[in-house]
Design a protein around this ligand. Structure first.
Ligand code: SIN
Length: 482
């Protein structure tokens, strides 16, 4: 599975300069081959402080531009990402492991946020409220929150940056991103595109500083007014507590534990297709991917048999190889979690219908696995597995399916399949989730408000809500002489 490539030794981007040339570096590892893809300097406290200063200075000019002018910069940024999409997608596969066809899809998905917010920035309106008397006018203004810090995950190395960066810039904010150490090269390439688009010095910054150093420095700064994070619920809670001291505006996109329900009247082929699309995207390492399946008894045998046939067709391998559907998991830790979930399920009585053999491929590759007879007490039914494992539990009534689906501290995404309009409408209303796919396994889109309820986070990214997250609301109460 080894493939040749030349190493990419990239730098941090701070206040318009590529920095860190003579600093200690860390290796970026290809999860498929364990080879070094490239290196990146370890970001320092000085980088973070310089980025904050640069972003603060740049804010003065950037926020004063018209929405149209900012849109022109974003449009050029979008064009550069599109022109460089093949190169960026290949780097994304090298450092993340996902199949190249998915990486290409992700780069386009990432670009779509830039394009969409270039337009949406022009539609940030305030409003005029009728006052109680003739001598007063009330005007509501929307203004950028200021300097924004973002911490992004490895599972979508491009899209989780642009989903934050594009609305922030469109709103008139300036931006500092800390990508994860697993996938900093894709981030650096995106920032190169921003630089090539002529986005002024200090408006976008990137440093791959160690997690604690970055968050402490950001949290201590009075100049950083917003923190936006995608990652685990555990880290999200910590960041929320830390943000209290400076009362920062905070958005959190955290873990999921998505249920997928197949009702008796579902179109079986649509349900199978939707399950495959949702479950196996990025080898199951997606916050919104279906984690646990509930299938009604009347359709159970047919659905399971068709799902089994489809899973058998999935090809595991290096994401750069033609025809691969399932790449490696990101690292040994991710792999160990999947192994432990399958082991736990087997011990508690699940039947392994496909896969489940930890030795079939070398770690961190894990084979697509179908488990029947799943029960409420299994780890794969209560925690996010983040791997290509499908546990299925048989259910009888709609009430049982909804009760089991909602019985979790998480509330990011849920899916269900039914051809019945009345049933579907009611189920959609009853599920306590921020993102719901009805007869659909791929609900993400730049124009939709992505985000979760309960312990899956706070705030929304994407859509009109996604730009609102980077705006302050204030009002002017104006006294008028009659
Ligand atoms: C995520 O895993 O949080 C991102 C998935 C998506 O945007 O579709």
């Amino acid at each position: 599975m080894k493939m040749q490539h030349s190493e990419l030794n990239l730098l941090n981007y701070v206040d318009g300069e590529w920095v860190g040339e003579n600093l200690e570096t860390f290796d970026v590892i290809n999860p498929a081959t364990q080879e070094r893809v490239g290196t990146m300097p370890v970001g320092t406290k000085e980088h973070v402080l310089t980025a904050i200063e640069g972003a603060k200075k740049a804010l003065e000019h950037w926020k004063e531009l018209s929405a149209e002018e900012r849109a022109n910069y974003l449009e050029k940024f979008y064009q550069r990402v599109i022109e460089r999409q093949e190169e960026i997608a290949r780097i994304l596969t090298l450092e993340n492991g996902k199949p190249l066809k998915e990486a290409k899809g992700e780069v386009l998905y990432a670009a779509s946020f830039i394009k969409w917010y270039a337009e949406e920035g022009k539609r940030v309106y305030g409003r005029t409220i009728p006052s109680k008397g003739p001598g007063q006018r009330i005007q509501v203004l929307k203004q950028p929150v200021g300097v924004v810090a973002a911490i992004t995950p490895w599972n979508f190395p491009a899209a989780m940056i642009t989903r934050k960066l594009a609305p922030a810039l469109a709103a008139g904010c300036t931006f500092i991103v800390k990508p994860p150490k697993e996938t900093p090269l894709t981030a650096a390439k995106l920032l190169e595109c921003a630089q090539e688009a002529g986005i002024p010095q200090g408006v976008v910054n990137m440093t791959v500083a160690p997690n604690e150093l970055f968050s402490e420095t950001i949290q201590e700064s009075k100049d950083v007014r917003k923190l936006t994070f995608t990652g685990s619920t555990e880290v999200g809670k910590l960041l929320m507590k830390q943000s209290a001291d400076e009362m920062k505006n905070i958005s959190l996109e955290l873990g999921g534990q998505a249920p997928l329900i197949v009702f008796d009247d579902a179109d079986v082929d649509t349900a199978v297709e939707g399950t495959i699309a949702s479950k196996f995207r990025n080898a199951g390492q997606t916050c919104i991917c279906a984690n646990r399946l509930y299938v009604q008894s009347g359709i159970y045998d047919e659905f399971v048999s068709k799902l089994k046939d489809k899973i058998k067709e999935l090809k595991v391998g290096n994401g750069l190889e033609e025809g691969v559907d399932i790449g490696p998991l990101i690292n040994q830790k991710g792999y160990d979690k999947v192994v432990s979930h399958v082991k736990d399920a087997k011990e508690k009585g699940a039947e392994v219908v496909i896969g489940g053999d930890a030795d079939r491929y070398e770690a961190p590759f894990y084979e697509p696995t179908l488990l029947l007879g799943a029960k409420d007490n299994m780890l794969c039914m209560t925690e996010e597995t983040f791997g290509p494992v499908v546990p299925v539990q048989k259910v009888e009534s709609d009430e049982e399916a909804v009760r089991l689906a909602n019985d979790t501290p998480f509330g990011l995404a849920a899916y269900y399949f039914t051809e019945n309009m009345n049933r579907g409408t009611k189920i959609g209303e009853a599920l306590d989730y921020g993102i719901i796919g009805w007869n659909h396994g791929a609900p993400s889109a730049p124009q939709a408000p992505f985000g979760g309820m309960k312990q899956s986070g706070l705030g929304r990214e994407g859509g009109a809500e996604g730009i609102e997250a980077f705006l302050e609301t204030k009002y002017l109460s104006i006294g008028i002489k009659e």
